[in-house]
Design a binder for this molecule. Structure first.
Ligand SMILES: Cc1cc2nc3c(=O)[nH]c(=O)nc-3n(C[C@H](O)[C@H](O)[C@H](O)COP(=O)(O)OP(=O)(O)OC[C@H]3O[C@@H](n4cnc5c(N)ncnc54)[C@H](O)[C@@H]3O)c2cc1C
Length: 479
């Protein structure tokens, strides 16, 4: 009798985690399982990768992940890489306000600071804004709504200035999102529920502290971790751990067809695979094309998930050419206040990588990662040449950090249609997609389009999809 067969479509971190987990669980269950992983590109990893550029270690997409969401860190440990996990060398970072860098008191990152003085130390907020943000706990809750935009929620709870100059760039930047459209319930469910269930964010955070979930006197530690050799290390180790999995790169899946409880998978080289289950980890617009013939409603909803294009400009300078002391890990540039008519900054933020992570650049070199483009503001990223983008990033940094010479090395990584946008109502849309696809149990979706864009959430979704696929293939697994 032939072994059950699971096909994973897409070899980004979600697809690799799915293939790895399917292999592991089948072994634990003592079941024979054939696994095929199909990836369109020449390499595995999707958005995750690292290059060595003129002696610098440059992450081309993500450079770190949240340790508090446990799934990626657990996977790293399982792969025997715990000793490769590094934490930021320092935490200080800034907001670019009115042309100058203002330090962000680290206690403010949880929105409700441990000590009230922290908010009063923020030089980028007016006294009125500080008073308004401090009074969050007194604002009446707005209950009975399913969702709201990040900007609307934050402005209502903490006031416009605090929101525009701090909360929106901090919380929206990671998603390259437009805060006027981003789903609060979908992206920050914890804060959303605090208002719904407790009446205020302040109450929720103080409650967490009382239960020691947040430790008031703990030394400040960044929630982010990275890998000493760059994020590509995770991909390399996962690939090694896929022994026995049939990996086909430079092949794309053109069509899926449900058949007799399983699925037929058609590849671009004309090959056709028959599987008990397929785990589809493509961006929403790619998944839409595959499910359209048998789940047209789900396809339409998938197509409606917008994507933003972004670019990472990696710039290496001679340290001696930079006038600024560079004390910290970088800065975020808030959107201009709509009332001010100020132009948008060319970059949305910049990480001073060689200050933040060990081993990023040779002695005497400062390595920077500048971010460009976000939802509804990504035309430059799509249309300008890489040289123009590098020049714009350099121009934005040169005046601000008193840089007296051109970078000694530059690279621009352009990520077109790369960041799924969880707009208001996202979770409802995903629930409807999953409901329609439940009619074809052999076809499972996972990845950044659905329930979390960060690496930990992509790993978790890949793992969950593997369990569902194994169940469809008749292999029982322990929870
Ligand atoms: C610039 C940037 C910075 C980021 N920074 C961070 C960060 O610091 N921390 C963090 O946690 N997250 C970060 N993210 C988000 C995170 O990197 C991604 O959400 C995550 O890597 C997506 O993984 P995925 O497997 O869902 O999708 P992808 O990586 O997009 O993988 C999908 C794969 O499917 C393949 N494919 C497409 N069509 C087909 C087909 N028809 N057949 C076969 N294969 C196909 C693609 O080639 C691709 O390899 C960042 C993202 C970007 C773009």
């Amino acid at each position: 009798m032939s072994r059950p067969h699971v096909v994973v479509v897409g070899g980004g971190v979600a697809g690799m985690a799915a293939a790895y987990t399917a292999r592991k669980l089948a072994r634990e269950a003592g079941a024979g399982l054939r696994i095929t992983l199909i990836e369109r590109d020449a390499r595995l990893g999707g958005k995750v990768g690292t290059e060595v550029v003129d002696g610098c270690l440059v992450d081309t997409g993500p450079d770190a992940f949240l340790g508090q969401k446990p799934w990626a860190l657990q996977l790293v440990r399982e792969l025997g890489m715990e000793d490769e996990v590094i934490r930021p060398l320092q935490r200080r970072f800034y907001m670019l306000i009115d042309g100058g860098l203002h330090e962000v008191p680290h206690e403010l990152v949880s929105l409700v600071p441990t000590r009230p003085e922290a908010l009063w130390k923020a030089s980028f907020l007016s006294v009125a804004a500080k008073a308004r943000a401090s009074a969050e706990g007194l604002q009446p809750p707005l209950r009975g709504q399913d969702d709201e935009s990040l900007a609307s929620f934050m402005r209502r709870r903490f006031g416009s200035e605090f929101s525009q100059r701090f909360a929106e760039p901090l919380m929206g930047g990671v998603h390259a999102g437009n805060p006027d459209r981003m789903s609060m319930a979908g992206i920050y469910p914890m804060y959303w529920k605090m208002e719904q269930e407790l009446g205020s964010v302040t109450k929720g955070i103080l409650g967490m502290r009382a239960r020691s979930v947040l430790k008031p006197n703990a030394p400040p530690q960044s929630p982010f971790v990275a890998l000493r050799g760059g994020m590509q290390r995770l991909i390399d180790r996962l690939e090694q751990a896929l022994e026995g999995v049939e990996v086909r790169t430079r092949r794309s899946v053109d069509a899926l067809e449900p058949c007799g409880g399983g699925v037929r998978v058609r590849l671009d080289d004309g090959d056709e695979l028959t599987a008990d289950a397929a785990v589809v980890t493509l961006p929403a617009f790619g998944a839409a094309e595959l499910v359209a013939p048998f789940a047209p409603g789900a396809a339409e909803l998938l197509r409606a998930i917008p994507y933003a294009s972004t670019a990472v400009a990696s710039l290496a300078y001679r340290r001696s050419d930079i006038g600024d002391p560079l004390e910290g890990t970088g800065f975020l540039a808030p959107r201009p206040d709509p009332a001010s008519r100020e132009p948008e900054a060319a970059i949305t933020g910049c990480t001073w990588s060689s200050n933040k992570w060990e081993g990023r650049a040779p002695e005497g070199i400062a390595l920077m990662r500048a971010f460009m483009g976000y939802a509804d503001h990504d035309a430059d990223v799509r249309e300008k040449s890489e040289a123009e983008l590098a020049q714009a990033a350099h121009g934005a940094l040169a005046g601000l950090l008193r840089i007296g010479a051109a970078p000694v090395s530059t690279r621009v990584y352009r990520w077109l249609r790369a960041m799924p946008q969880y707009e208001v109502g996202h979770l409802g849309r995903i629930a409807r997609i999953e409901e329609e696809l439940s009619a074809t149990p052999g076809i499972v979706t996972a990845g950044s389009a659905y329930r979390g864009v960060g690496i930990p959430d992509c790993v978790r979704q890949g793992q969950e999809a593997a369990r569902t696929a194994l169940a469809a293939a008749g292999i029982g697994t322990k929870e």
